[in-house]
Unconditional design. Structure first.
Ligand SMILES: [Fe+2]
Length: 183
């Protein structure tokens, strides 16, 4: 049975969202520890940390579902992925800019790593866009609805944003409704 959005609008919503963030932070920490272990040639330890990190991510995804953080139904899911693809392209651009800044600060090697991250964002954008093309309904693929762009991450919202509650936040970067501009 799905727990989708069961906590939404209830007194426990806030605490569930907080727990989701805590698990995501925990996952980041364990992945970082895995890098540290790998640097010490402790590959078996790195594998253990990665496993723990993945468990934290799985837990975070449960909380995300429980508080209805992301869409669940077919039509809404593909509408969301379509907007997400745009955000991934923006992510590529943002990380390339960051790479330049890092390079100017004198960290050439790190700047090169960031370039590979930017390429990953581009790949994510392409993959998600291909999935929309393959699985989304014509209704989702058409650009007939009103469109709003998040000024922070580039996520594109399609539909009537006025119908969203005042406390609506960007599902990608978490910024408030006020950062969205109509396209
Ligand atoms: Fe955003």
């Amino acid at each position: 049975m799905s727990n989708y959005a069961k906590a939404k609008g209830t007194p426990i919503e806030k605490i569930i969202k907080g727990q989701m963030q805590a698990e995501l932070s925990g996952a980041g920490m364990y992945f970082a520890l895995a890098r540290a272990a790998k640097a010490q040639n402790l590959d078996d330890v790195a594998d253990v940390f990665k496993k723990l990190a993945n468990e934290h991510i799985a837990q975070a995804s449960f909380y995300a579902e429980f508080c209805g953080r992301y869409p669940f139904e077919k039509e809404e899911l593909w509408q969301f992925v379509k907007g997400l693809s745009k955000a991934e392209y923006c992510g590529e651009k943002a990380i390339l800019e960051l790479s330049d800044k890092v390079k100017k600060a004198g960290f050439t090697e790190a700047a090169e790593v960031l370039k590979t991250f930017a390429a990953q964002h581009k790949h994510h954008a392409e993959v998600t866009s291909e999935l929309v093309e393959k699985y989304a309904s014509d209704n989702v693929k058409q650009n007939t609805k009103k469109r709003y762009v998040c000024g922070i991450c580039g996520f594109e919202y399609e539909g009537d944003m006025d119908s969203e509650p005042d406390d609506y936040t960007c599902p990608i970067c978490g910024m408030p409704k006020s950062v969205f501009k109509q396209k």
